[in-house]
Design a protein around this ligand. Structure first.
Ligand SMILES: Nc1ncnc2c1ncn2[C@@H]1O[C@H](COP(=O)(O)OP(=O)(O)OP(=O)(O)O)[C@@H](O)[C@H]1O
Length: 182
């Protein structure tokens, strides 16, 4: 597995309201390494320029945190932090967004919208997508008995994009020329 920790990322920056575009064009697979028929259909439609409608749930939701090794923090967003993780089953690197559910009381709908966008993006080569979402639920009294048990959290396991985000790139280099964008 190639080590992505040597590539430049915009670590530690907090900004709001931006969505990065996908920088890699290699084929993407689910956490089990396979590409579903639905993903392939959606990828084809996307390449043909058709409107992609959300499917019920192309993402894995029945996996747990133990499956992943967490390596370092990639950045901080409005909902929580994003860490570099590796999937110990497929051996792939990914970015994991960790959201403390207590912070979602005011913004649960924004989080659901973000999840939907990550889901719709599956199969579209210009958008970052999520492979899986899952959550941890801690019995209410456990954090008081043992502080190592943190509050309930939501996890978005997304494709890892190295090289920083589009906003930083445009900020530093100005407008992209036509050949770079196509
Ligand atoms: N898929 C990814 N691959 C690599 N780094 C990422 C990825 N997603 C996020 N990051 C890093 O984590 C930071 C925070 O991302 P996040 O999506 O939480 O917030 P944002 O898009 O910057 O802002 P907002 O939360 O308002 O949407 C980003 O600025 C980037 O440095």
């Amino acid at each position: 597995m190639e080590n992505p920790t040597t590539t430049e990322t915009s670590c530690g920056k907090k900004r709001t309201g931006k969505k990065r575009q996908r920088e890699k064009t290699e084929e993407k697979k689910g956490p089990d390494g396979s590409e579903t028929e639905e993903h392939l259909k959606r990828k084809k439609k996307c390449e043909e320029g058709a409107t992609i409608h959300p499917v019920v749930s192309p993402m894995e939701t029945s996996i747990s945190l133990e499956r992943f090794a967490i390596h370092k923090t990639l950045g901080q967003g409005s909902f929580g932090k994003v860490v570099l993780a590796s999937d110990q089953i497929t051996n792939k690197w990914l970015a994991m967004k960790i959201i403390d559910k207590q912070h979602l009381i005011e913004s649960a709908s924004s989080c659901l919208v973000e999840r939907r966008v990550l889901e719709i993006a599956a199969g579209c080569k210009f958008l970052t997508h999520a492979y899986a979402t899952f959550q941890t639920e801690v019995p209410t009294l456990l954090p008081y008995i043992n502080p190592l048990f943190k509050q309930d959290r939501l996890f978005f396991a997304m494709e890892y994009l190295s090289g920083g985000d589009l906003y930083d790139y445009l900020d530093k280099n100005g407008r992209l020329d036509l050949s770079t964008t196509t």
